[in-house]
Write a protein that binds this ligand. Structure first.
Ligand code: NAD
Length: 308
């Protein structure tokens, strides 16, 4: 079977979903961007007389993401001229539209149960032969496909983009034993030639390659900081621009990633390691307090460096 991706769907319009949709649009691919339907009106919606049935409210998540994409500073994730390539919608009203898509990418919260429930819905409406992938940072790809049809399993794999997708070249591609070789090869070629990515094939092991090393390195850095009594600013100076790595400072990276997402990703490994390594993956108390307070980084407006 030969594949052709003319239209894609991205499900989840948060930090990564919106960035991936923007990257697809930049490459000229028509993209449907879906998210959940809000259960409450926000104050502006109430003031404007909108109801929970208004399309602006039902599509609020993806519409807000779309509005923010073209104006992101200093580096916009999408060219303004590409905004029209993305159609904003929601998972209740637009689910059937997935049957038109050649590639469906799941980019929702890092929880196996949420992803499995979503894939059950997707499997019911997708056309046979559609490629489906997950942007998970490290949950088992095989576990996500459990219970799905054979056609789903043979066309399913991990496609792990890095943040921000427009600017970071790495794309981890993670097949399972069931994924057809043609699907892996097609996505690898598509990633390299159409999306401009450097593709690394990874095994379906917890957190794959980049986050297995990355979360470990970051948490060891935090432990050393706490032991040595260094400040967040000192650590970022030493791990960032001053040593020629302008984009890799430890805590600025966490602000971009989102602390809740980082904690979910570190937890992917916690249950699977023992001894000293388990101690590393035990999230420090101050990070848990920040998460409880909603100080998640750029997406909540407050993090290590950002203040509301
Ligand atoms: P996010 O919190 O910014 O966005 C998650 C989105 O999922 C939200 O818009 C939310 O409304 C939506 N959502 C939640 N429950 C849902 C449901 N039941 N059905 C549909 N949508 C639902 O998270 P993110 O940072 O964009 O992460 C998304 C995925 O990408 C995760 O699997 C994460 O591990 C992975 N990832 C994140 C980064 C990063 O730097 N943040 C990098 C690579 C991969």
């Amino acid at each position: 079977m030969s594949f052709k991706i003319k239209k894609a769907a991205v499900i989840g319009s948060g930090v990564m979903g919106s960035g991936i949709a923007a990257h697809l649009a930049n490459a000229g691919i028509e993209t449907l961007l879906l998210d959940i339907v809000p259960s409450e009106l926000n104050p502006e919606e109430t003031k404007s007389g909108l109801t929970l049935e208004s399309p602006q409210v039902r599509n609020r998540m993806s519409l807000t993401a779309l509005k923010n994409l073209a104006k992101q500073k200093p580096a916009p994730l999408m060219a303004k001229s590409r905004v029209a390539f993305i159609q904003a919608g929601n998972l209740e009203d637009d689910l059937e539209k997935l049957s038109d898509c050649d590639w469906i990418i799941e980019v929702v919260v890092e929880r196996l149960d949420v992803k499995q429930q979503l894939f059950e819905k997707v499997d019911a409406v997708r056309k046979p032969g559609t490629i489906i992938s997950s942007n998970t940072s490290g949950i088992s790809i095989e576990a996500m496909a459990s219970g799905r049809s054979d056609d789903f399993k043979t066309h399913f794999l991990g496609t792990h983009f890095f943040n921000p997708p427009r600017y970071l070249k790495l794309l981890e591609v993670i097949p399972t034993e069931d994924t057809k070789e043609e699907v892996v090869q097609y996505i690898k070629d598509f990633g390299e030639n159409i999306l401009g990515k450097g593709v690394v094939l990874a095994k379906d092991t917890p957190n794959f390659i980049a986050n297995r090393i990355g979360t470990y390195g970051l948490l060891v850095t935090v432990q050393e900081m706490l032991k040595g009594g260094y400040s967040v600013g000192e650590v970022d100076s030493i791990t960032g621009p001053l040593i020629g790595r302008p984009k890799s400072a430890t805590f600025r990276t966490l602000d971009v990633v989102g602390l809740d997402t980082f904690i979910h990703v570190a937890n992917n490994v916690y249950d699977k390691v023992d001894g000293k390594e388990k101690e590393v993956f035990n999230i420090p108390a101050f990070m848990k307090i920040m998460q409880q307070n909603g100080w998640l980084g750029s997406k909540s407006g407050q993090g290590f460096f950002l203040k509301k």
